[in-house]
Design a protein around this ligand. Structure first.
Ligand SMILES: Cc1cc2nc3c(=O)[nH]c(=O)nc-3n(C[C@H](O)[C@H](O)[C@H](O)COP(=O)(O)OP(=O)(O)OC[C@H]3O[C@@H](n4cnc5c(N)ncnc54)[C@H](O)[C@@H]3O)c2cc1C
Length: 398
């Protein structure tokens, strides 16, 4: 296991830093740093800059327009982008669906969908969860029945992030109700403007439209839009999480939050001095830094393991758990640092660009909204309890 970058990795890191310093618009990084919403247009413009540099799809193979980087380079790139407050690219497009199409798509699907993703023409969302199928995803009930060259889809998805911005949805649907739960599922690529689809908003605790419900009523989907074999959708879905599982530790995001916390503590007054000089708060920051260092080392150990082609066990569950809990602890410290300036409700300003200036210092404006948003990090992608179950079974053999 290596904890320090090789000379080649250090040179790559410097190259990424140089690129970000030259190419990341200051106004955009200001929005990311202060937790203001980034519109799809702004994100698309940034993705076009990355695409021009050839760095838009770090985990795709070169022949499909990706970088072909190994996990270490991807880690360095992600870290530098987060520390520079670059917006994250649309994860469903680049982290999930793209690699799944590369692996399971027909030649026609690859040549149609992958360039559209790179050009920003398609914006995907993920239709997995249902009201009765979250942690136990294999119990999903949305039906797809063959009707000639189409499937007829009926049912509904819930907690669908970004459906209001997306033009397509990748969905797990049940194609064989008589098979064992995981064996009767297929993976469909569906146009969201197909007749029979209704998208209903769901608001999160911070007032933001974070999710949607997507209802399917006799929606026709061509059989050609199935990714992978019929009734083998579970394999596609598992692969789709594939090597993204090893990038789940949120080390980069936690480093960004720690830097913000140190900056905020150095600006906030406390007992005639500054918060950064308060012994108790310094200890709190040091405790978070210690947890982050342990997380980073564990994450690097896993990355080295993956790079060397060694099998990966339950470590991603541990990293997902610790990384998401650490984000929440960073949020709590940030809110504590700012105190009552977390109280004003700035949602208009944050999400819709109100023309009135919010109360309090700029670094305080989005803290409570982010705190509320990040509560979901210990649920999305597998809840804390589910990760504990995996660790108990695979690591402790309970
Ligand atoms: C921010 C956010 C974004 C999301 N985006 C998407 C998206 O884009 N697309 C999508 O398809 N889904 C999305 N989801 C949904 C997410 O995948 C589910 O919320 C998650 O899988 C949990 O399912 P559930 O909400 O149905 O909870 P449930 O599975 O009903 O769990 C309820 C509670 O019971 C606990 N529990 C469940 N099973 C066990 C068990 N076996 N042992 C012990 N405890 C258990 C859970 O930990 C939880 O505390 C998102 C969720 C969040 C929070």
């Amino acid at each position: 296991m290596r904890l320090t970058p090789t000379a080649e990795e250090a040179a790559f890191r410097d190259e990424v830093r140089g690129f970000l310093a030259d190419s990341l618009p200051a106004a955009l990084s200001h929005r990311v740093k202060h937790g203001l919403s980034v519109s799809r247009d702004d994100l698309q413009a940034w993705q076009a800059v990355l695409q021009a540099r050839g760095w838009l799809a770090p985990n795709w193979p070169e022949e499909h327009g990706g970088t072909g980087w190994g996990v270490m380079r991807r880690h360095i790139f992600d870290l530098e982008c987060r520390l520079a407050n670059a917006p994250q690219t649309h994860g469903f497009n680049f982290g999930m669906l793209g690699p799944a199409i590369v692996r399971f798509g027909s030649e026609a699907q690859k040549s149609y969908y992958l360039p559209r993703i790179l050009r920003g023409e398609d914006w995907w969302c993920q239709g997995y969860s249902e009201p009765e199928a979250g942690s136990d995803l294999a119990s999903l009930r949305t039906r797809a029945e063959r009707d000639g060259d189409d499937y007829l889809v009926n049912g509904g998805k819930i907690w669908t992030s970004f459906a209001e911005q997306a033009n397509r949805i990748f969905c797990l649907v049940r194609t064989d109700p008589d098979a064992k739960p995981q064996q009767g599922i297929s993976f469909l690529l569906i146009d969201l403007d197909s007749p029979g689809i209704e998208i209903r908003p769901l608001l999160a605790m911070n007032g933001r439209r974070l999710w949607n419900q997507v209802i399917f009523d006799d929606v026709r989907v061509p059989v050609d839009n199935r990714l992978g074999e019929e009734n083998r959708g579970w394999t596609v879905a598992k692969r789709l999480l594939g090597d993204e599982r090893i990038m789940v530790s949120r080390v980069s995001e936690n480093k960004r939050l720690l830097a913000l916390l140190q900056e905020v503590a150095a600006a906030e007054p406390c007992a005639g001095g500054l918060l950064i000089d308060d012994g108790e708060f310094r200890r709190r920051i040091a405790g978070l830094e210690r947890r982050l260092t342990a997380l980073e080392m564990s994450s690097l150990r896993l990355l080295s393991q993956a790079e060397a082609g060694r099998p990966i066990g339950a470590e991603p569950s541990m990293l997902k758990l610790l990384g998401s809990q650490l984000v929440q602890a960073m949020d709590e410290a940030l809110c504590a640092a700012v105190g009552y300036f977390t109280a004003p409700d700035n949602r208009e300003y944050l999400f819709h660009g109100a023309n009135e200036q919010p109360l309090g210092p700029a670094h305080a404006v989005a803290l409570m909204s982010n705190y509320l948003h990040h509560r979901g990090f210990t649920i999305a992608g597998g809840s804390t309890e589910v990760q504990y179950n995996i660790l108990a079974k695979q690591t402790l053999e309970l």
